[in-house]
Design a protein around this ligand. Structure first.
Ligand code: CP
Length: 306
């Protein structure tokens, strides 16, 4: 694996390798080992052209735990504002001996474009591109599911909310499918589902009371307001009434079902605080596992793992 741009097309073997490697890094952090030297001497450049709290920070922590040098660029004050192209920016940073670029961009395909143009020794990790993909988010979600449910092969998983604009949902569906989840449901109003999503092998529901019945894992999604035209925005109150996850709706799922959310959450829109902070929520462990998963991805790409 040279770059990580999408979960689509990744083999089950590679996905398992990333999850297993991440497991070993959770062990390292639990044993309170602050740093391991796998990426000593390497430079990781965080290029975030869109806002981020969890992804940018956990990539930084992950790189530092691997002993890499981390350079966080504030793209809002970079020379892109003076008209420099994306590739010129990247080429200039590559000249500073970058080893890994972590890229978030509002344009689908931005990380792919960079990956096609960088020198062969540089690795590109997609940290979210437009509506397209967010592979490390999906990987940390898979890691979280495996931690709580062990086996993917007997699970019923529901992805709930704004699937249309969600790069997370697309990456989750590809990863869940490859890892052998037999039943993936998407639950959303018609207006928030991509056309022909059934082609991805998912079962479509528009009604929470049907879609949540007997599921093991609920993966909630945020309404991606920034990607919608205002005319298409549902009102928060109406959306919450039909698609917000309340304790009452969660009771339709299995009693031991877990609730994930990639963040940022909009409480009272897609999720009730009683669920977000409740006993079935694994939302904060999910964030923490992001460190180990991103350590695994960077160490595998940079050849520090077999
Ligand atoms: N899940 C996620 O990508 O969160 P951030 O936007 O905070 O990075």
């Amino acid at each position: 694996l040279r770059h990580l741009l999408t979960t689509e097309g990744l083999s089950a073997t590679i996905l398992q390798q990333i999850l297993d490697t991440a497991e070993s890094f959770v062990g390292v952090t639990e044993r309170d080992v602050k740093k391991i030297p796998l990426l000593r001497g390497k430079s990781v450049f965080n290029l975030f052209f869109e806002p981020s709290t969890r992804t940018r920070t956990t990539f930084e922590i992950a790189a530092k735990r691997l002993s890499a040098d981390v350079i966080n660029l504030n793209m809002a004050v970079s020379s892109q504002t003076k008209g420099e192209t994306l590739l010129d920016t990247v080429n200039n940073l590559a000249a500073m001996h970058a080893d890994i670029f972590v890229v978030r961009h509002n344009l689908s395909g931005a990380a792919h474009l960079i990956a096609r143009h960088v020198r062969p020794e540089i690795h590109v990790i997609n940290a979210g591109d437009g509506w397209h993909a967010h592979p490390t988010q999906a990987l940390l979600d898979m890691f979280t599911i495996r931690r709580y449910k062990q086996d993917f092969h007997a699970l019923r998983v529901a992805i709930v909310g704004d699937v249309l604009h969600s790069r997370v949902a697309r990456s989750q569906i590809h990863a869940l499918t490859t890892l052998g989840v037999p039943e993936i449901r998407v639950i959303a109003p018609k207006t928030l589902l991509p056309a022909k999503i059934e082609r991805l092998g998912v079962h479509v529901y528009h009604d929470m009371s049907q879609g949540l019945k007997d599921v093991d894992v609920l993966m909630m999604l945020r309404l991606q307001h920034e990607r919608m035209q205002s005319a298409h925005l549902p009102s928060s109150e109406e959306y919450f009434k039909y698609y917000g996850l309340t304790p009452h709706k969660l009771a339709l799922a299995k009693a031991d079902a877990i609730v994930l959310h990639p963040g940022p959450m909009n409480r009272g829109v897609e999720i009730d605080s009683d669920v977000a902070d409740g006993p079935q929520s694994v939302i904060l462990p999910q964030v923490n596992f992001g460190i180990a998963v991103r350590m695994a991805v960077m160490s595998i790409l940079a050849g520090a793992q077999s």
